[in-house]
Design a protein. Structure first.
Length: 274
């Protein structure tokens, strides 16, 4: 019988992962999985404080650190892509795990959103993916793959998600528009809609522990998901295994998005304040 060799599904691929803040970040779960499946990686960081966290993590994966990127400053996005160009000359995939909203507006009512925070949240959480696609396209001469992270709050009302729900809905629409624009160059554009996971960004959302418990009791798999699970799906989506997929929003949420009503067997939950 012929011996099977199993090179990783990302062997020979080079990818830029944006949005690692610490070892609980979804971007870190994706970086670990991409490396495990054979990719060569580069990471960015946002500001000096995160640089200190990202550098040792990058080392664990033999990944390059290609600099500071604050997506509100286009020059820093240019600098990062210049660095990637110098390092590799081309790029196979980019993973965008970046979102922000003022914590004070991730509680209470959406109707009270301020104009300033609306603009800032949409700029960082939605437009940045398009800004990154513009730069990535130039390095993806032989095609490539762009991936972003979204949440079910884009599709349905979720408590306290507020302006982030609106930003994620716009992000999901931009996945479709970018997929159509970049498809002819064989650049695929997809998103993962992840279930709730306790990360730095998530800790800014009001009553997050309640949301986690609710998902655990009511999702078909009766649990929440991990950054490793999101990571494995991301590795698949940016690999040639998913070469026929673009414009897709794939749910990695233990099935929660198919549920229409509380599981009758789930205990009643009371608000447990953080
Ligand atoms: N944690 C969840 O429950 C969950 C669920 C679904 C989707 N997501 C999405 O996953 C992505 C990653 O978030 P996470 O939960 O891993 O949290 P995280 O706090 O670990 O990551 C958020 C990242 O966004 C970066 N960021 C924020 N503003 C930025 C800016 N101006 N310029 C550059 N980078 C900036 C931060 O530096 C950080 O690395 C986000 O898009 C988030 O909305 C999270």
């Amino acid at each position: 019988m012929a011996e099977t060799t199993a090179p990783g599904i990302l062997a020979g691929k080079r990818g830029l992962i944006m949005g690692v803040a610490n070892n609980r970040s979804i971007a870190w779960g994706i970086a670990q999985a991409a490396r495990k499946h054979g990719a060569e990686l580069a990471l960015t960081y946002q500001g000096e404080a995160l640089k200190k966290r990202v550098e040792p993590l990058a080392k664990e994966l033999d990944a390059a650190v290609v600099g500071h990127c604050d997506v509100t400053d286009g020059a820093t996005i240019d600098a990062v892509f210049d660095e990637v160009g110098k390092l590799w000359g081309s790029l196979d995939f980019v993973v965008h795990c970046i979102a922000f909203s003022d914590k004070d507006e991730l509680t209470g009512r959406y109707v009270d959103t301020s104009e300033g925070n609306f603009s800032k949240s949409l700029l960082i959480s939605c437009y940045s993916f398009t800004a990154i696609a513009q730069r990535a396209e130039k390095l993806m001469k032989d095609g490539g793959s762009l991936l972003t992270l979204t949440y079910y709050g884009a599709e349905k009302w979720m408590p306290h998600y507020n302006v982030m729900g609106v930003a994620k809905a716009a992000l999901e629409a931009s996945v479709r528009y970018l997929a159509a624009d970049l498809g002819p160059q064989n650049i695929r554009v997809n998103a993962i809609s992840a279930g709730p996971i306790k990360t730095l960004a998530a800790s800014g959302i009001g009553d997050f522990r309640y949301i986690l418990k609710w998902n655990e009791y009511n999702s078909p798999l009766r649990r929440t998901v991990t950054i490793e699970e999101v990571g494995d799906t991301a590795a698949y989506l940016v690999s040639d295994m998913a070469r026929g997929m673009t414009g897709e929003i794939l749910h990695v949420d233990a099935g929660y998005h198919v549920v229409g009503m509380k599981n009758p067997e789930a205990p009643d939950l009371s608000l447990d304040k953080d």
